[in-house]
Ligand binder design. Structure first.
Ligand code: SAM
Length: 250
């Protein structure tokens, strides 16, 4: 059975996709995708030898060797331009995912790709910023908790597809009848869709962030350096901002 995290990614894959799962490890996601009809063809990409062998073994054992191609290589190097229309990348940092997409885009590997489904372990804001700056519109976000960890799943559609625009997605969000206005920076930080439909996990995440920031503040309070003072002010502003947003959420 798939983890809730991978199940969440699976649900975002449009039925009948030609899929590439990058950093596939045991190839659990592409196997589930072809088994459920979400994908008619899949590439499982892996850069490291151990996970690459695990993917090969998993695909062979599932009897899907004819429709899942397991390939060894860095990021999107494993696909040809136009070969797939949906890409999933899960379980890495947001900065690494963004750099894989950046290098892939430069090599023309995002040509014909309509949907990106991404699950960064950290640095969600970095990834949102990359998507916004590179012609991708965030169309859905989920946050879930599994085994004590929080995961966000971001779905983005190419601007070329038409439909929703980034202007709409990152338009100022008024909370509590305008008592708090979330501008672009807050939306990039916390997630425009998560802010519009917050759940318990989302509140817990940001409550936890406040606690982390308070911890940093406490350790800074012993320093008399001018730079510490500046940092304290920055953190206090951040705490105030998050607290205000949390208090005004629907
Ligand atoms: N995607 C699976 C999941 O979410 O369960 C596996 C996640 S695992 C934590 C991250 C995988 O990404 C590792 O197997 C690692 O070898 C692979 N990886 C890291 N950097 C990569 C890159 N540049 N290209 C392809 N695979 C990469």
């Amino acid at each position: 059975k798939l983890s809730n995290r991978l199940q969440c990614l699976l649900e975002q894959i449009p039925s009948g996709s030609r899929l590439a799962d990058i950093g596939s490890d045991h190839a659990l996601l592409p196997i589930a995708a072809v088994q459920t009809g979400k994908a008619v063809f899949a590439v499982a990409g892996e850069v490291n030898p151990g996970p690459f062998e695990a993917a090969r073994k998993g695909v062979a054992e599932a009897g899907k060797g004819s429709i899942i191609s397991v390939r060894r290589g860095d990021g999107l190097d494993v696909i040809e331009p136009g070969e797939v229309n949906c890409i999933t990348i899960a379980g890495m940092g947001g900065a690494l995912i963004a750099s894989i997409l950046e290098r892939g885009a430069a090599g023309g590997k995002l040509k014909g790709v309509q949907v990106l489904i991404l699950q960064p372990n950290v640095g969600e804001d970095i990834l949102r910023r990359w998507l916004l700056g590179n012609g991708w519109v965030l169309t859905a976000e989920s946050i879930l908790e599994e085994d004590g960890k929080l995961y966000e799943v971001l779905t983005a559609v190419s601007e070329e597809e038409g439909g929703l625009t980034n202007e709409e997605v990152y338009r100022d969000l008024n909370l509590n009848e305008g008592a708090v206005v979330c501008g672009k920076e807050t939306l990039l930080q916390m997630g425009p869709w998560l802010l519009k439909a917050p759940n318990r996990v989302f509140r817990d995440k940001w409550q936890g962030e406040i606690q982390k920031l308070e911890g940093i503040l406490a350790s800074l309070s012993r320093s008399e350096l001018e730079s510490a003072e500046t940092k304290r002010n920055q953190i206090n502003t951040q705490i105030k901002q998050i607290t205000e947003v949390l208090q005004c959420l629907p």
